[in-house]
Design a protein around this ligand. Structure first.
Ligand SMILES: *Cc1c(COP(=O)(O)O)cnc(C)c1O
Length: 303
């Protein structure tokens, strides 16, 4: 399976302070225009597995603005799979045209099944999956957010040889798949800091299931009230960051991550000579969807 990826380079930020710290951003957001960052990493070996099993269709789950839904739709088109997205929220059925994520996914050929929040909660039960197979025929199932063993194997490829020079590696955490891959690939002298984009303590346990090393920690102070919650302070930070460094951030994951890293830097959390690598996991497709929400709420927009 051939797939051309742009090189994901580390971009060093000019920190303009008197410490000897190095802060670099791994631009995994740039590996592909549509299938950005960790969502591609997580799909890579699942696609190979689906092909090996002779599956023609990929089925997965997600919310209205899901980076994962958008990535599955795009890889389906690129690799010749049919794709089905089971979407949380029945009301979205007639909002496809005004929802950038769903509109893009549909343009890639994805078919949708919109379900209530109650049904979405039980989406992985045997009965529900059996009904999906009756409706759509056989498929390769990818969990919501894309995290499984093969996804973690893909995320073990995020770090390259040069990255072992860094003392800290920071990344955003949703389901914990990405950080688990990074932890498994890291060296013992490195510390992996995860910044959850949502509230809740279940993540430590999730990550412990997959992570083979213990050189990691979660920083839980920067979720901004929960998943996809946002406030003017975060928006203003993201816009300023883009203006200062030319790097766009997404509102759900990497914006919160970067806000957290910068805040810790200012607080003196990192030692004087620390070399810090922040993984930009992509997610930029979510900006326009978030902006439609912000506009309705008459809040400042993401630039
Ligand atoms: C999905 C996503 C994450 C979270 O990845 P997990 O493997 O679920 O922890 C982080 N950043 C971006 C941009 C994402 O789309």
């Amino acid at each position: 399976m051939r797939f051309k990826l742009e090189l994901s380079e580390n971009q060093i930020l000019n920190l303009d302070n008197s410490t000897h710290q190095v802060l670099a951003i791994k631009r995994d957001d740039r590996i592909h225009p549509q299938i950005s960052g960790n969502k591609y990493r997580k799909l890579k070996y699942n696609l190979e597995q689906a092909q090996a099993e002779g599956k023609r269709t990929l089925l997965t789950f997600g919310g209205a603005f899901s980076n994962h839904i958008s990535a599955v739709a795009a890889v389906g088109k690129e690799f010749g799979f049919e794709t089905i997205g089971v979407i949380r929220g029945e009301e979205l059925v007639d909002k496809i045209a005004t929802n950038p994520t769903l509109k893009f996914s549909e343009s890639c050929g994805m078919r949708f099944k919109f379900v209530t929040r109650e049904i979405f909660r039980v989406k992985m039960t045997e009965g529900f999956i059996r009904n999906l197979k009756k409706e759509f025929g056989d498929f390769y199932l990818i969990p919501e957010g894309g995290t499984n063993e093969l996804a973690i194997k893909g995320c073990e490829e995020i770090l390259s040889e040069d990255d072992f020079n860094y003392d800290y590696i920071c990344c955003s955490v949703g389901t914990g798949g990405t950080i688990s891959g990074i932890i498994n690939a890291s060296k013992p002298h490195q510390k992996i800091l995860g910044f959850p984009a949502l509230k809740g303590d279940f993540l430590r346990e999730e990550i412990s299931k997959f992570a083979q090393n213990s050189n990691w920690e979660l920083i839980t102070d920067y979720h901004f009230g929960g998943y996809a919650k946002i406030n003017p302070e975060l928006i203003s930070f993201m816009n300023q960051f883009k203006a200062d460094f030319g790097i766009p951030l997404d509102p759900v994951y990497t914006g919160k991550l970067m806000f957290g890293v910068m805040d810790l830097l200012h607080q003196g959390y990192f030692p004087k000579d620390a070399k810090i690598l922040v993984v930009h996991t992509g997610g930029l497709q979510g900006i326009s969807g978030m902006n439609t929400v912000l506009k309705k709420r008459q809040m400042p927009l993401i630039s």
